[in-house]
Ligand binder design. Structure first.
Ligand code: SF4
Length: 222
């Protein structure tokens, strides 16, 4: 993108971007005006969201955005969405946890996934098909965050050891520029994030799927 300037990191691993008239969002300036910045958190599934929410809720006002048209089997999609909603309800109902997490569902349109991914059907997991899939989901998240007035967006995708953090980070920052909304760029697998998500999933008795989501990932043993 022409004329794009990137800022350096602003605070810990949070990075914002700016272009033209879009001014980057300084987190400390938000904090002066609000209790917490509002965050639209794209979630791929309930189990991955557990440790991410636990890590972020002290600092962000979180709404989970379940936008996953890559889950090509509708029954599986419904099961994962229910798992996500059940987890949020139980988390919100826990009197020892001082946070209320919101939930929104994006459109479940599998054809949107096939439009971007079908050409790369034969690629191994982690290849170009997955990059298209990340971009589809992050762009819808950023667009929704912008329309609804969230301060920033993020994704749980980086908690998985099967997902390429550098690709997610690059796509997230590019998408932030496209939609002019902040991107919370974090590698959630750091500091035992993935292990913690498994632990929390067991504590909450969550369904953990055995494949990433699309029909192509189902064909392969993981
Ligand atoms: S393997 Fe996962 S990330 Fe890759 S295209 Fe399929 S659903 Fe998307």
């Amino acid at each position: 993108m022409k004329g794009v300037k990137k800022t350096g990191p602003l605070s810990d691993s949070t990075e914002m971007v700016r272009e033209g008239t879009f001014k980057y969002v300084n987190i400390s300036s938000i904090e002066k005006n609000k209790a917490k910045p509002s965050l639209l958190l794209h979630s791929c599934c309930g189990p991955c969201s557990t440790a991410v929410i636990e890590r972020l809720y002290p600092d962000y006002d979180i709404t989970v955005f379940f936008y996953n048209p890559n889950i090509t089997d509708e029954k599986e999609y419904i099961r994962r969405k229910k798992t996500q909603m059940d987890f949020i309800k139980r988390y919100n109902d826990d009197p020892t946890i001082p946070c209320k997490v919101g939930f929104r569902e994006g459109p479940y349109d599998v054809s949107a996934f096939y439009r971007v991914a079908e050409a790369f059907a034969g690629e191994p997991e982690g290849g170009r098909r997955c990059q298209q899939c990340f971009a589809l989901r992050l762009e819808k998240t950023a667009e929704t965050a912008k329309i609804l007035g969230f301060d920033m967006f993020a994704t749980t995708l980086s908690i998985s050891p099967h997902k390429d953090y550098d690709a997610i980070s690059h796509i997230g920052k590019r998408t932030a520029l496209m939609y002019k909304v902040g991107f919370l760029d974090k590698d959630f697998k750091k500091n035992n994030g993935y292990a913690r998500s498994i632990e929390l999933s067991k504590i909450y008795g969550l369904y953990r799927q055995d494949h990433c989501g699309c029909e192509y990932s189902k064909k392969k043993e993981r």
